[in-house]
Design a protein around this ligand. Structure first.
Ligand code: PEP
Ligand code: MN
Length: 334
């Protein structure tokens, strides 16, 4: 349930109402916008007399929120959420360009890629240290050493870093990681989501291979229910019957997610297509669809990449893509 308060409501009046609602065993989330203050009520609201609340002098309107996701709903928080990732803002007009290799392979590789993507306009460095691979015989990532190398690249370039977590027991290794990725395969690992909800780390939550938009938002809700509101959603393609592409990029998910939720949305055209030739057009389409950022795999030697070489751009290709993306951004701002 949400209650929208009138413009001239005083702090005192609001806290009297909030205290009363909390005494009814409800969790109250306060969202202060420019024009209105919205109270989001979570818990068993069935016994609450909506008419009574609506009749209060300070209340503009009361509505039940029928969707199962509450805290990530735009009804709860009408304004865009802006997430600060190590000093780089994402959302509410701040566009993030996340780039880097699928996996960290060596010091030389990650430093070289980090420098080149930064020069081309990237704002965050990605790189997998713990890799979720379909085959147990494939490269599984450099693990803790990979995170160390990312931290070196961060020191060298000043770029905040994002890397994937697969096991909550690894959390201590992520202490200096700026943005923790939950990959597609773990989108519904609810115990991991709950654990991340207890941290204050920004989380990049990728949509599962076969998950609906509602399920993605419910996973965000899991993290928020624990008290961590710093979530960025990521559309990375879903599995369909098509085989020419690795996945099918669901472009309509972007405006939809932004309508349903206040959380920032980024697009990953690399995993969505699996084909470096399709990355640029889909990066542009994702940008034009209103995304708050892109995550693109870039490798200094794609043919010899330990993972996902076929979808990786060279630094030069990334630079060309980034230039075009900025042109689309400028058009959208007109
Ligand atoms: C990744 O970003 O490297 C990755 C494994 O992505 P996804 O979880 O979307 O497959
Ligand atoms: Mn990858």
């Amino acid at each position: 349930m949400i209650a929208v308060l009138k413009k001239n409501t005083t702090e005192q009046q609001m806290s009297t109402l909030v205290d009363w609602l909390r005494a009814q065993n409800l969790d109250v989330h306060i969202s202060q916008g420019h024009n209105y203050t919205v109270l989001g009520l979570i818990g068993d609201t069935s016994a609450i007399d909506m008419d009574l609340i609506a009749s209060l002098d300070i209340v503009e309107s009361v509505k039940r929120v029928s969707e199962p996701f509450k805290q990530c709903s735009r009804k709860f928080r009408p304004g865009d959420t802006v997430i600060d990732v190590g000093g780089v803002k994402i959302g509410g007009g701040h566009f993030a360009m996340i780039a880097g290799p699928c996996s960290v392979e060596s010091r030389e590789q990650i430093i070289e890629v980090a420098k080149s993507v930064k020069a081309a306009g990237a704002t965050l460095l990605r790189g997998g240290a713990f890799k979720p691979r379909t085959s147990p015989y494939d490269f599984q990532g450099l693990k803790a050493d990979g995170i160390e190398l990312l931290l070196e690249a961060k020191k060298e370039t000043g770029m905040p870093i994002v890397t994937e977590i697969m096991n909550a027991a690894h959390l201590p290794l992520f202490e200096h990681v700026d943005l923790i990725q939950v990959g597609a395969r773990n989108m519904q690992n609810f115990e991991l989501l709950k654990e991340l909800g207890r941290t204050d780390k920004p989380i990049l939550l990728k949509r599962g291979l076969a998950n609906t938009i509602k399920e993605l938002l419910m996973s965000a809700e899991y993290i928020m229910a624990g008290g961590n509101y710093r979530i960025i959603l990521c559309e990375r393609g879903i599995r369909t019957y098509e085989t020419y592409t690795r996945n099918t990029l669901d472009l309509s998910a972007i405006p939809l997610l932004k309508e349903l939720s206040h959380l920032p949305v980024v697009v990953d055209p690399s995993h969505a297509t699996g084909n470096s030739k399709l990355v640029r057009p889909m990066a542009l389409a994702g940008t034009a669809s209103g995304a708050d950022g892109l995550m693109i795999e870039v490798h200094n030697d794609p043919i010899h990449a330990a993972c996902d070489g076929a979808q990786s751009l060279t630094p030069e290709q990334f630079a060309e893509t980034a230039t075009k993306v900025l042109q689309i951004r400028a058009l959208l701002a007109e």
